[in-house]
Design a protein around this ligand. Structure first.
Ligand SMILES: CC(C)(COP(=O)(O)OP(=O)(O)OC[C@H]1O[C@@H](n2cnc3c(N)ncnc32)[C@H](O)[C@@H]1OP(=O)(O)O)[C@@H](O)C(=O)NCCC(=O)NCCS
Length: 170
């Protein structure tokens, strides 16, 4: 659909992309039990992931895929949803971003890890053409581990995409 243009080749570190996002759970975000809708959590994951991706690409991005997500704990009205994201690995025009979600109880300060997700974002220019993004430089042992694992996850994702494409039209 789009052609690829090129931006700077200057590498950027993983930590340059690292981002945080916090939101309070309000009644409008919830289901009939007063806990946050899964779709609302997914929206916040997408936003926090996109911030890390845009910080790395220094331009607009679109979400190409979101890997499987699990919700380990409910988020109640008045609790804080805290998200952290970073770019794990860059390919050509796409990059994998990891997002982790915690719920913080405002009264006790207690934090619980509730979800994690891997998203793939593609960098586009203002005409909608794909943009080759700068390489990423992992620095810590943990960043190197995530970088290595991201390649395997990408291979699975692309295989899944090809299988979906191969399904006949209804
Ligand atoms: C994502 C999108 C730009 C990919 O465009 P495309 O023409 O299919 O391009 P390609 O198949 O050549 O893939 C481009 C890059 O995206 C990656 N990609 C495409 N689909 C992917 C998927 N499902 N999962 C992971 N990566 C994917 C490719 O690996 C490639 O990466 P690379 O440049 O780093 O090698 C295009 O499908 C699109 O615009 N989708 C809609 C995006 C959107 O609106 N998102 C909001 C939610 S609906």
């Amino acid at each position: 659909m789009t052609t690829e243009t090129k931006t700077t080749d200057q590498p950027r570190t993983t930590s340059d992309s690292r981002s945080e996002y916090t939101e309070i759970c309000l009644p409008n975000d919830t289901n009939m039990l007063g806990t946050m809708l899964g779709g609302r959590v997914m929206h916040l994951v997408d936003v926090c992931g996109a911030i890390a991706a845009m910080r790395h690409a220094r331009g607009p991005v679109v979400t190409a895929s979101v890997d499987q997500m699990t919700f380990l704990h409910p988020i109640h009205v008045g609790e804080l949803v805290r998200l952290k994201s970073q770019v794990n690995r860059v390919f050509h025009s796409s990059m994998e971003v990891g997002v982790k979600v915690w719920v913080e109880n405002l009264h006790t300060g207690g934090m619980k890890h509730t979800s994690s997700a891997y998203l793939t974002f593609v960098a586009l220019d203002s005409q909608g053409a794909r943009v080759r993004i700068p390489p990423i430089l992992p620095e810590t042992e943990e960043e190197h581990r995530r970088y290595a694992q991201a390649a395997k996850r990408r291979a699975n994702r692309l295989a899944m995409k090809n299988r979906t494409r191969a399904e006949p039209e209804e």
